[in-house]
Design a protein around this ligand. Structure first.
Ligand SMILES: Cc1cc2nc3c(=O)[nH]c(=O)nc-3n(C[C@H](O)[C@H](O)[C@H](O)COP(=O)(O)OP(=O)(O)OC[C@H]3O[C@@H](n4cnc5c(N)ncnc54)[C@H](O)[C@@H]3O)c2cc1C
Ligand code: SF4
Ligand code: SF4
Ligand code: SF4
Length: 343
């Protein structure tokens, strides 16, 4: 190039994310870019459902490595293989008392075993403010923390943000993380990255537990549901999205329903570009599809996942029951990919 041709100014990495992901409605809301950022440059806008820049960027590129919707990263997760790699698939029920469990309580049982056997020091999960039903990431150090955080939170997948503080805590040596498939993809990218900030963030990550996920919703969904059903948010004890409807359990035992289609306006835009139903990159993933009501389907994928499952079984915290339907998982996974134009 001739000396007198001005060189193109470099585009800062967060600007690349802005153009390629945020402005194209691809953002999954996983917060990996925010969590890995050494400069606290980015924050998440809960109303627009995407990050924004608010302090200067130090141009380290860690966010580009971590984003599951950026360039080649996104391509690498696009696959018609619904189930992904696995060693075993089981239907299970928890033998622990977990009143808030979403399905069979498998996640809480697995994490309780991990904490009690001291194979991890803490677990990163999603709790919710039971008065307004707003989800937030939290660090569980004791089984009681897990009991409180049980149940699916459909309005946020910001669990990774909890990793930022815990990764720096010198009293914590090993961590379990629970997340939707987008969070699990981010964790896989962070683990694979050689960027020094990603390496520091994931060094203590021992188990990644994935939740099956068809779609999730914005943070106005719960308020809307409460308004339409004419119930105060504090009266809601549990919500369950499945079989075409949102089932809402109330204090006192009453159960109400809304068609999921009527909540379509609350589905986050980034979910409509999502290529994974079963959290293929986790150590072990858990959902309801494929099992009878009141049970959890568990997909054991890695040696770490297998070890954790055996520990929970040996402690009699969960038991496997026959009858898992792998075809049902594949059917729902394909439906998701078709809906998102990816199959
Ligand atoms: C947004 C969303 C959509 C889902 N869609 C489907 C679906 O279409 N089909 C299907 O079969 N299953 C789906 N699931 C999974 C299902 O709802 C249950 O979470 C799963 O079966 C585990 O149930 P369990 O009783 O074993 O877990 P529990 O023992 O109740 O434990 C659940 C654990 O997950 C944590 N958690 C809850 N929400 C989140 C979140 N958003 N991010 C990170 N951690 C979280 C809780 O804090 C808790 O530790 C979805 C889950 C979510 C969050
Ligand atoms: S991770 Fe690095 S490149 Fe990305 S916004 Fe933060 S400072 Fe900038
Ligand atoms: S998908 Fe995740 S990493 Fe990518 S921009 Fe959105 S929040 Fe950040
Ligand atoms: S559908 Fe689920 S896994 Fe996919 S982006 Fe939305 S919350 Fe994440």
């Amino acid at each position: 190039m001739s000396d007198n041709v001005p060189s193109k100014p470099a585009v800062l990495p967060y600007k690349e994310l802005e153009e390629a992901v945020w402005n194209k409605d691809l953002c999954a809301g996983c917060r990996a870019c925010i969590t890995v950022c050494p400069g606290n440059t980015l924050a998440y806008d809960d109303t627009l459902n995407k990050p924004y820049q608010y302090t200067p960027c130090v141009d380290c590129k860690a966010c580009l490595d971590a984003c599951p919707r950026y360039g080649k990263n996104y391509q690498s997760f696009r696959s018609g293989d619904i189930l992904g790699p696995y060693l075993d698939v089981r239907s299970v029920r928890s033998l622990l008392d977990t009143p808030r469990a979403q399905n069979g309580g498998a996640v809480t049982a697995l994490l309780t075993a991990a904490l009690e056997e001291e194979v991890v020091d803490c677990a990163l999960v999603m709790s919710s403010d039971r008065w307004i039903q707003k989800a937030f990431p939290t660090v569980a150090y004791y089984p009681e923390d897990l009991r409180k955080a049980a149940g699916s939170k459909y309005d946020s997948n910001g669990v990774l943000e909890a990793l930022k503080t815990v990764a720096k805590d010198t009293s914590v040596r090993s961590i379990a993380l629970v997340g939707t498939p987008c969070t699990v993809e981010s964790a896989a990218l962070l683990r694979a990255s050689t960027n020094e900030y990603a390496v520091a963030l994931t060094a203590k990550l021992r188990f990644v537990l994935g939740l099956f996920c068809f779609e999730s919703f914005d943070n106005a969904m719960v308020q809307d549901v409460a308004k339409r059903l004419e119930v105060p948010t504090w009266n809601i004890t549990k919500m369950n999205a499945g079989e075409g409807r949102m089932t809402v359990h109330l204090r006192g035992g009453e159960v109400k329903h809304l068609p999921l289609q009527s909540l379509g306006g609350h589905v986050r835009k980034g979910c409509k570009a999502c290529p994974d139903f079963t959290a293929r990159d986790s150590d072990i993933s858990i959902g309801s599809v494929g099992s009878q009501p009141g049970l959890s389907t568990v997909v054991i994928r890695s040696a770490a996942g297998e070890g954790l499952f055996h520990i929970a079984e040996d402690l009699h915290y969960l038991e496997a029951v026959p009858g898992v339907d792998i075809g049902a998982i594949e059917k729902v996974g394909k439906l998701k990919l078709k809906k998102n134009g990816l199959l």
